[in-house]
Design a protein around this ligand. Structure first.
Ligand code: NAG
Ligand code: NAG
Ligand code: NAG
Ligand code: NAG
Ligand code: NAG
Ligand code: CU
Length: 262
């Protein structure tokens, strides 16, 4: 087929039987071709008039409504045609039909296709490859994207629960480690307490033994005093003082020894 991009130009008429067919693109701000599907014969000139926004007329296969055709030949494509709101001339794109038995399928790319902005020429409406089926597939390709999003979301959830499980595992490991540390600390405390207890016992024992010695010494001193001079059971480093029979002197000696023990 032959095609060209022109601004408000009339395509040449190839035969007296040929028709000029006008298709509006995005009329009234809608994401639609109007009409959406046509029949055209060899020699007819199809003119797409871009009415606003930023649309494209791009050829696809029937099987993949929102993707440009690459086989058996590269699909034809107007490219995006931006129309400013205050435009005084509308861009047009035309081609001439050179085969009327092969259906042609067109779409406006991306989200517009998934909104149902598609177009067909010579679709057999009685067959499985009707315009309606093609448009439904175009809308469903948007659902495929949505399903992909849902799948990604599921992966996110799975990741989230794995992270949760890992966090729990870490938490319980930390708990176990803390318990182990607590146990060690407890044992260490017990050892220290035992040591303190033993030390206390030793001190108490030593104190007890010392007290016993002191008591024995006092007993000996008392015996010495009772028996007169030169008391046994006590050292006589103070010499003659212990040999005094005076009760007052003996009392001083006992008070002095007690003070030493304390
Ligand atoms: C366009 O498609 C509709 C719905 O499938 C169908 O009823 C109508 O006949 C078609 N028009 C042309 C011109 O092919
Ligand atoms: C039209 O849309 C296409 C595809 O999104 C974009 O690359 C291009 O820049 C747009 N043109 C204008 C004038 O906005
Ligand atoms: C259309 O409007 C834009 C601003 O929105 C302005 O920049 C531009 O020059 C206008 N074009 C015409 C043809 O008036
Ligand atoms: C139209 O296309 C079909 C399928 O490619 C082909 O068999 C047929 O010969 C073509 N008709 C003309 C007139 O080129
Ligand atoms: C202890 O007293 C006795 C009896 O008076 C005396 O024979 C002895 O030398 C004294 N010992 C010391 C170390 O003073
Ligand atoms: Cu569009």
């Amino acid at each position: 087929m032959r095609f060209s991009l022109a601004v408000a130009a009339l395509a040449p008429v190839l035969s007296v039987y040929a028709d000029n067919i006008l298709v509006q693109v995005g009329a009234g701000g809608q994401l639609a071709f109007s009409p959406q599907n046509i029949t055209a014969k060899i020699g007819d000139v199809v003119t797409f008039q871009f009415q606003g926004k930023n649309h494209s007329v791009t050829q696809s296969t029937f099987a993949n409504p929102c993707t440009i055709q690459t086989a058996p030949a590269q699909g034809i494509d107007s490219g995006f045609q931006f129309v400013s709101p205050n435009a005084t001339q509308l861009p047009e794109w035309t081609f001439t039909m050179d085969n009327e038995t092969t259906p042609l399928w067109f779409f406006c790319p991306a989200s517009h296709c998934q909104a149902g902005m598609v177009f067909s020429i010579n679709a057999n409406e009685a067959s499985a490859k009707s315009f309606e089926v093609y448009q439904a597939a175009a809308k469903a390709s948007g659902n495929a994207v949505a399903a992909g999003g849902a799948a990604a979301s599921s992966v996110g959830s799975a990741l989230g629960s794995d992270i949760g499980a890992a966090t729990s595992a870490l938490g319980s490991d930390i708990g176990a480690a803390t318990s182990a540390l607590g146990g060690v600390a407890g044992e260490a405390t017990s050892v220290i307490a035992g040591g303190v207890g033993a030390a206390t016992s030793a001190i108490a024992g030593a104190a007890g033994a010392a007290a016993t010695d002191a008591a024995n010494a006092l007993t000996g001193l008392a015996a010495g005093l009772t028996g007169g001079a030169n008391p046994t059971g006590s050292t006589n480093t103070t010499g003659a003082g212990f040999r005094l029979s005076s009760n007052t002197a003996s009392l001083f000696a006992v008070v002095g020894l007690t003070a030493m023990l304390l």
